[in-house]
Structure formats: structure tokens, C-alpha cells
Design a protein around this ligand. Sequence first.
Ligand SMILES: C[S@@+](CC[C@H](N)C(=O)[O-])C[C@H]1O[C@@H](n2cnc3c(N)ncnc32)[C@H](O)[C@@H]1O
Length: 230
Amino acid sequence: MKRKLERFAEMATFNHVIQPALEDILNKDYYLKNNWQSKFFQNTNPIIIELGCGKGEYTVGLAELYPEKNFIGVDIKGSRIWKGAKTALNKSLKNVGFLRTRIEFIKSFFGADEIDGIWLTFPDPQLKKNRKRLTSSRYLNLYRSFISGNGNIQLKTDNKELYKYTLKLALYNKFEIKSYTDNLYGSEGNEEAKLFQTHYETRFLKEGIKIKYICFKLNNQEVKELPNEE
Ligand SMILES: C[S@@+](CC[C@H](N)C(=O)[O-])C[C@H]1O[C@@H](n2cnc3c(N)ncnc32)[C@H](O)[C@@H]1O
């Protein structure tokens, strides 16, 4: 507990970690919306986000690999974000930010075409409530409001049901499906998706669970939920 409090106190001093108060985002836009490039990163580079980033392995790993792009890890858990934020600081990465918020509020943070790609790394599968899944129509319609036309949505998951559901939803909505596999490491290609293993992924791999991956692009239609899955 003491260590957690120390980490929270340290994180409050990090300029690259945004922890907005509820009153600054509830039913209103956060001041960085449409301004991440100019006011936060101070460059004009594309921005990729990782939703439910946990310790931010993708955010930090990709930022190191692609200094010409910006990366933002989003999660609600401060202790997890601290780890990624600390690593980014130790590596002196200037193209990394972390946003501590619930993903339900994501529209308050990003404006039209502001985001060039989304990684969903091992989200909770939410098998009981479809609308809570980060790949449900409800969430995809939120992402639609800010992802650019060329932006990929990439899901890595251990969960067969979430993988199948996402694939079915993508087919149903006629999204451009760029790649999919139920055995990422046992198949060719998708090299970027193999580059980093997140905290949860490492656990799943140790248990012998195959990693599933899908990469797709939304189209200009509103996303419809699968029939009988509302
Ligand atoms: C299973 S963990 C995966 C973490 C990390 N991506 C990994 O692969 O190790 C799911 C993460 O999503 C975050 N999360 C779940 N629901 C969320 C929500 N509604 N808003 C923000 N973060 C959420 C949790 O705090 C947790 O860190």
C-alpha cells in the first residue's frame, strides 16, 4: 500500500501522464481534444492509442521503434500506468503519453481524425455483457468518431469467444479485414503484432494458450451490433 501511494505521488509529477478529474470530462470535451499534437506532443506526428494498456508494453515498445509517431496508453488503473510511464521516462521517450480514464469517456478526449490507429491488447473479454466488450458496436462507434479513415484497429486476445465475436462483427459490418489468425505465433506475417508480449500475454503464453489477432478498418457506416447480440 505504501509503495502504491508513493507511486501515485510520483505519477502526479509526471508531465506525460494525464489524470483528468471527472468534472473536466463528464459531458464535456477535455482541453486536449483536437490539441494533442500541438499542446501535448508539440509536433505534427500521427497518434496511435493503446486502450486498456495496463503497463503499456505496446505504447512504450512502439514509441521506441517509431520515434516519428506519437503513442498514448489509456487505462483506468494508476498503478499499472505508473510502470509504463516510468519506463518511458527512464528511456527519455518524448513521444509517449498516458491517459488515466475510463474508456467510456474516450470521446471527450479525441476529435475527428485525431487518432491514426488503435491497439486493443488483451482486453477483458466481458463474456456476459457484449456491450462492455471493447470491440462491441457501442465502442467501435465511439472510436469511429476520432479514428482517421486509414486507421487500423488491432486486437490481440487470448479469448476465443472475443476473437470470434469480433471477427463476426467485422464481417457483418463489411469492414476491411486486413488480417486475422487464431494462432498468431504459429502463423506467418503480422510481425508488428508479434513484437512485444504484454504482461497478460506472457501469462497466457506460459499456460500454452494460443494468441488470436485481428486487424481491421472501420468504414463510413455506423457500426451495427450482431443480431441477437445486443
Ligand atoms: C486484462 S488487462 C490487459 C492489460 C494489458 N493490455 C496487458 O495485456 O497486459 C485489461 C486492462 O484494461 C483496463 N480496463 C478495463 N476496463 C477498462 C475501462 N473501462 N477503462 C479503462 N481501462 C479499463 C484494466 O485496468 C486492465 O489494465
